[in-house]
Design a protein around this ligand. Sequence first.
Ligand code: 3HC
Length: 289
Amino acid sequence: MRDLQDIETVGVVGAGTMGAGIAQVAATAGYDVVMRDIEAEFVEQGFDRIEDSLDRLAEKGEVDADERDDVLDRITGTTDLGDFSDSDLVVEAAVENMDIKRDIFSELDDEVPDDVPLATNTSTLSITTIAAATDREERIVGLHFMNPVPVMKGVEVVVGEKTSEAVVDLAHDFAEALGKETWESDDKPGFVTNRILMPWINEGIRAFDEGVATKEDIDKGMKLGTNVPMGPLELADHIGLDICLDASETLHEELGDRYKPAYLLKRKVDAGDLGKKTGKGFYEYDDES
Ligand code: 3HC
């Protein structure tokens, strides 16, 4: 089994918001990173996200031009999971779909040396069910990063039914090596964060849909009233309404009616208004990044 000091190369599955963020923080911490998505175009978009984020950090003087280039140089893009054969740790951040995640883990199990731990960034799906698609269930763990990854300080470590203590320790150590703080959750739907966050978001959407207040006042009330950085509707737009709906549906399925997704959340997703990333969710955005 690999320890933190054995990790030199990190494989990241997915170059979307979360995958690119994870690749960026790993490369910033000095790891070589292989970032994979299914299409070359998605890999390129992942690099664009990383460059934008590094530029924001450069504007604040948190990285200089040389460091920015070094971080980008440490990341290699690919569309082939076979390129993970030299990875010492893999973090999967693909779409929130159990069948797709199980297929990816089954393929990783074939491509990546047996002693390499495989982590998933799933927001609500069962680590144990994902792990069962492999022959290394004790080396599968949840590493749940928060969006935006370069800014958010916390990472949730999720312990599957068969995850070994050594792999749990490694997950904490690795997240800390990326400059994050961790907490631990059992493999229960939504873990700690989304189990509590999603009902809050859904209640905000219902309050808006039922005319309790304007969306601006719901967000303002929760921000000023409870001292959180974003209200439920703007946070939903930030996370992505499709992701909120997927997470809410998993919680509803597993935990019953108190987790039922808000009707308006489903309607917005059906209309393709997914939040900041499509330029429109509950609010409208000029910049679609
Ligand atoms: N890369 C680098 N820097 C970034 C960045 C990125 N992708 N996004 C934001 N920043 C930096 C900005 O440059 C800025 O820096 P400064 O304060 O030093 O100037 C700082 O972060 C704040 O950004 P902005 O001024 O643009 O905007 P805000 O002040 O509104 O902050 C926010 C944005 C950091 C997103 C803040 O609103 C926030 O913390 N919101 C809550 C986010 C949250 O709860 N995330 C978790 C969601 S749950 C989740 O991810 C789990 C999943 O499973 C659903």
